[in-house]
Design a protein around this ligand. Structure first.
Ligand code: G4P
Length: 189
């Protein structure tokens, strides 16, 4: 998506070979016009998938997921992160390891917001190692939902996320695929 790539080149700050700072438009201050365009792009790409709900993971996935759900006119469900597991029969939960943050967290979703056989689209801000998406897909499997696609705003294509998700037969659509990061270096595929 050219508009997003231009924004990344103009405002993104490549801190090192691992991290791109995007806090001026995606995960701190949010560019609502850009989010609306992102929502339209995802909605158009996945329009034939009969999506019942958009699912995201708190917190930075919420803006693009909301924009997408709004275009598709379906509800958005936000999966929550907790640091310690609370035994609660009303929740699905799974442990996710974040390599970027070097920490585990418990991903949870309320059972009442996921219905059997619903078609679910996952939207998230970054794809790195794919662990958040795979954790989300485990919860969707517990709920007997159908994961019909994954939409990613910025994919760090030099990490293993896409491969791990596609190995599970899931379609991944990324709006910007970064092949290389370095101090003040951003290269797209
Ligand atoms: P994975 O799910 O693909 O395995 O990714 P990983 O856990 O390694 O990293 C995911 C978290 O790190 C996400 O934040 C994501 O937004 C953030 N992240 C990963 N790479 C970058 C990057 O290059 N730049 C920025 N700004 N963030 C990155 P999170 O833990 O879900 O927190 P939140 O920001 O959504 O609250």
């Amino acid at each position: 998506m050219e508009l997003l790539k231009e924004k990344i080149l103009k405002e993104g700050i490549a801190l090192n070979e691992h991290i791109l700072k995007v806090d001026s438009f995606l995960n701190h201050k949010v560019d609502v016009n850009l989010m609306n365009e992102i929502g339209k792009e995802f909605a158009n790409y996945f329009k034939d998938k009969k999506i019942d709900k958009v699912v995201t993971i708190e917190s930075s996935g919420i803006a693009p997921a909301f924009a997408t759900a709004s275009c598709l006119n379906v509800p958005m469900v936000v999966f929550k992160k907790q640091h310690s597991s609370i035994l609660n029969n009303a929740l699905y939960e799974t442990t996710v390891h974040s390599f970027t943050k070097n920490a585990d967290y418990t991903l949870t979703a309320s059972k009442k917001f996921l219905k059997e056989n619903e078609n679910i689209l996952i939207i998230d801000d970054f794809l790195a190692n794919g662990e958040a998406v795979l954790g989300t897909s485990r919860i969707l499997a517990m709920a007997n939902c159908n994961l019909v696609g994954v939409g990613i705003v910025i994919e760090k294509a030099f990490q293993a996320g896409r491969k791990k998700i596609e190995e599970n037969g899931i379609d991944v659509y990324s709006l910007a695929r970064i092949s290389k990061l370095g101090e003040n270096i951003v290269e797209f595929m």
